[in-house]
Design a protein around this ligand. Structure first.
Ligand code: SAM
Length: 309
């Protein structure tokens, strides 16, 4: 904890100074601090600090910058969710990870916090690619990936256009939710509705499946109302045609500010000739994190599901 506090303190102090001196936002000040650290202009390093210490300190500084700036697309995936996604990646790929690395893609990588939480958890086992449309966020992701020494290739572009990425073993994505504005690009998708605008979160699911190997897995943080909207019938049909639903895990409502923002973890597996549909779909609710006994029962249920796969 001490390392995180010290590191955050120095980074934040630098960001606040630059914010005033250069009349920029605090978040831009954080980026300036990270890039200056990488260039050797400043040194925030702490002896004995781990990759997780660095990620967490940077994350707190970014969160503070985001709260002050409040841009609607500036949302970071919190640790609790990132760690849960990482836990499921670990469970599903346990056998392969014992002997080899996996290729991972986050098509809405934002600040990189979700991707880097998973990568730090499975340190040395993942080679990743991230896509992000927002320049400030992708630069924050690039700097944090460098500082945590994680191998991530990043591309700044609209993730729903063609990607220069080979199909991956695993997708992780905290889906951007809402309407997708580029109707011309949306026409390339099976999930483009015949009338009205497309949902970005639906197109992101289709695009993610496009860039997953047969038998690969997709771990989405998706709105809890995903299968409950006016376009959800088409989405369900599309998923049934191309993937198998492996698990739907409801997250504790206490994590979210209001019901409209509630999310679930949806795990899919891309269909392929050499693969079989799951025997059982895991439907579970993560209990309140304070309830240790209920939490232990939840992890036991996941373990039994995995062993039965
Ligand atoms: N997991 C990220 C993190 O930990 O910082 C947060 C992801 S946030 C919920 C969704 C991200 O998708 C935002 O950073 C937003 O800028 C990005 N995004 C939205 N539409 C996009 C598009 N068409 N192409 C690429 N990125 C997009």
């Amino acid at each position: 904890m001490e390392n995180i506090e010290k590191l955050f303190g120095m980074l934040n102090e630098h960001a606040e100074k630059i914010e005033k001196e250069q009349d920029i936002t605090l978040l831009e000040g954080v980026l300036d601090g990270l890039e200056a650290w990488l260039d050797g202009v400043v040194d925030f390093s702490q002896e004995g600090a781990t990759k997780e210490d660095v990620r967490k300190a940077v994350q707190i500084a970014i969160l503070k910058g985001m709260r002050k700036g409040s841009q609607p697309n500036h949302q970071m995936t919190p640790d609790t969710l990132g760690l849960l996604v990482g836990y499921f990646v670990e469970q599903i790929f346990a056998d392969r990870l014992a002997t080899e690395k996996i290729a991972m893609l986050d098509p809405a990588v934002g600040t990189g916090n979700l991707l880097l939480t998973v990568m730090n958890l499975l340190d040395g086992k993942i080679e990743a690619t991230g896509i992000e449309i927002d320049e400030l966020l992708i630069r924050l992701a690039a700097a944090t990936a460098d500082l945590t020494e994680q191998p991530v290739s990043l591309y700044r572009q609209d993730a729903l256009e063609d990607l220069l990425v080979n199909p991956v073993d695993a997708i992780v994505c905290d889906l951007p939710v809402g309407y997708y504005p580029n109707e011309e690009v949306a026409l390339n998708y099976e999930l483009c509705p015949s009338e009205g605008m497309s949902f970005a979160h639906h197109l992101f699911i289709e695009q993610s499946i496009n860039y997953t190997k047969d038998g690969g897995y997709l771990f989405f943080l998706a709105p809890s109302h995903l299968f409950d909207s006016e376009q959800s019938k088409q989405l369900h049909k599309y998923i049934q045609k191309h993937a198998w639903i492996q698990a739907i895990i409801q997250l504790p409502d206490t994590i979210f500010a209001n019901r409209a923002l509630e999310k679930s973890i949806v795990i899919l597996q891309k269909q392929g000739q050499d693969f079989k549909a799951p025997k059982e779909v895991l439907l579970a609710k993560v209990p309140n994190m304070q309830n240790k006994q209920a939490l232990a029962m939840f992890f036991e249920k996941v373990k039994m599901w995995r062993e039965d796969k």
